[in-house]
Design a protein around this ligand. Structure first.
Ligand code: PGA
Length: 247
């Protein structure tokens, strides 16, 4: 059977999200760090900024450790890098133990030469009417030239950022209510469940989808089920889970 070019393109357009499998989280993280380093160097040569979308949680910790190693041992400079984080609890002080602003400093920003003014993490102390703040965050991403590579984790319930299942595919930065399953999963960061904030600021699925490339990381057997649902799930399921919307 022969297939003409037009048909091949049609078949390609129905392909599932491409999946790379690595022996372990460290190897996988190194591969992603190499891709980020290549982008940064390419942009340096072109005298342009490299714009990264960053995530928090246990998933990207090895990735950040590897980027720090590349800086310290292989001279990778982050001076031309601009970052935008996905989310932050609300309300929360930036120096609180569980704050994602603090997480990013401890795991990445304090150990590399990125200019402080290039690091953007949603502010968990803005007044509750966050519409203007959220719009400004979106505009800042656009003004930086848009995100070149967006790093994502995925929650056991399929959330990306703090976009819980049911989030609109066109959603933008906003205040959201956390699922109880998410609060439970993150309770280990707090002294008890009642301390876990009920709200968060998150960039939206629409924001994430504008990135030129999205890399969703998921490590370990406990994430296998949700990765399978995200990659192979039925269209009904996909309409409910945020993750499959990511390319
Ligand atoms: P984790 O969380 O990296 O701590 O597993 C992922 C997420 O909730 O997005």
């Amino acid at each position: 059977m022969t297939i003409n070019h037009q048909e091949i393109e049609l078949i390609d357009s129905f392909e599932q999200i491409s999946v790379d499998i690595h022996p372990d989280a460290k190897e996988g993280s190194k591969a992603v760090a190499r891709e980020i380093a290549a982008l940064i160097r390419e942009k340096q040569a072109a005298k342009e900024p490299a714009v990264l979308g960053l995530a928090t949680g246990s998933t990207p910790k090895y990735l950040y450790a590897e980027l720090v190693r590349l800086h310290k041992e292989e001279g990778l400079s982050f001076k031309n890098v601009v970052t935008f984080n996905l989310d932050e609890y609300y309300p929360i002080e930036p120096d609180a133990l569980q704050s994602y602003n603090r997480f990013m400093k401890e795991h990445l920003f304090n150990h590399i030469d990125i200019p402080a003014e290039n690091c953007n993490v949603p502010d968990g102390t803005v007044p509750k009417e966050i519409k203007a703040y959220a719009e400004a965050y979106e505009r800042k991403i656009e003004a930086a030239g848009g995100i070149d590579i967006q790093i994502l984790g995925i929650g056991n319930n399929g959330h990306i950022g703090f976009n819980e299942p049911g989030s609109n595919v066109n959603s933008h930065t906003r205040l959201v209510t956390l699922d109880n399953s998410t609060r439970l999963a993150n309770a280990y960061e707090f002294s008890n469940m009642s301390q876990v904030p009920r709200l968060a600021i998150t960039t939206g699925i629409g924001t994430i989808m504008k990135a030129k490339k999205v890399i969703l990381l998921a490590w370990g057997q406990h994430k296998a089920k949700i990765v399978r649902r995200s990659v192979e799930g039925s269209s009904t399921d996909q309409a409910r889970l945020p993750a499959p919307a990511a390319p």
